[in-house]
Design a protein. Structure first.
Length: 219
């Protein structure tokens, strides 16, 4: 049997799913949970210090008749250091973390003072990008160097926006050259998944990994 959801289920009223709109989330986020990659995006702030911003709600695609590879970041806060520094410099690095450094990457959320080197303060190492003027995180197994292309508000006047970045080059460590999935590969954000048929006092975010399931054929 399938359940049908257009309006907020009664069981979610009074839970985090209802009041999360104060933080920019809709109740549908918790009912229709779709995982997306967890990434750490790095830039230089106007004072020259590294900024590091945990992001999700992202996808990657080709465009320009196959001549370009792009990242679409779907929910970037226009009041944050990342947005401001990206608009100032026009470049960034998208860093992919494995589970063993997840906590250090998450620590950048609290080490976000303008006067801080947000990468070093979180126990990570600042590296220099090769093709753009932005820092990268050495411990992350894959780093994508990017240039800003465009931004768009999903709803006019919103405080978050869509950003499109063109990926100009990548760095991948030896361990992940053959496979960027599995237990030590790309992490995915499962955001506060809840059962809408039950009243739950709390929910949890999870970081997940991909497991190969079906061989879709060689080409």
């Amino acid at each position: 049997m399938k359940h049908h959801y257009k309006d907020m289920p009664e069981n979610l009223k009074g839970t985090y799913a209802e009041y999360s709109h104060n933080f920019g989330f809709n109740w549908k986020e918790f009912v229709m949970t779709v995982p997306s990659p967890l990434i750490l995006v790095t830039t230089y702030k106007s004072n020259g210090l590294p900024n590091a911003s945990m992001q999700s709600w992202a996808t990657f695609t080709c465009a320009n008749k196959g001549n370009g590879y792009y990242a679409i970041l779907a929910s970037v806060n226009k009041n944050g250091h990342f947005y401001k520094s990206l608009k100032e410099t026009g470049v960034a690095v998208i860093n992919f973390m494995s589970a063993d450094i997840f906590e250090k990457c998450m620590a950048t959320i609290k080490n976000n003072q303008f006067e801080a080197d947000e990468i070093t303060a979180s126990g990570l190492t600042v590296g220099k990008a090769s093709w753009v003027n932005a820092p990268l995180v050495e411990e992350c197994f894959m780093n994508l160097e990017c240039k800003f292309v465009w931004e768009k508000e999903i709803v006019s006047g919103d405080d978050h926006c869509l950003l499109c970045l063109e990926i100009v080059g990548a760095h991948i460590d030896d361990e992940h050259l053959s496979d960027r999935t599995g237990d030590n590969g790309i992490l995915f954000n499962i955001h506060h998944q809840q059962n809408p048929e039950l009243t739950e006092k709390s929910g949890h975010d999870w970081a997940a990994v991909l497991t190969k399931k079906i061989d879709m054929g060689e080409y």
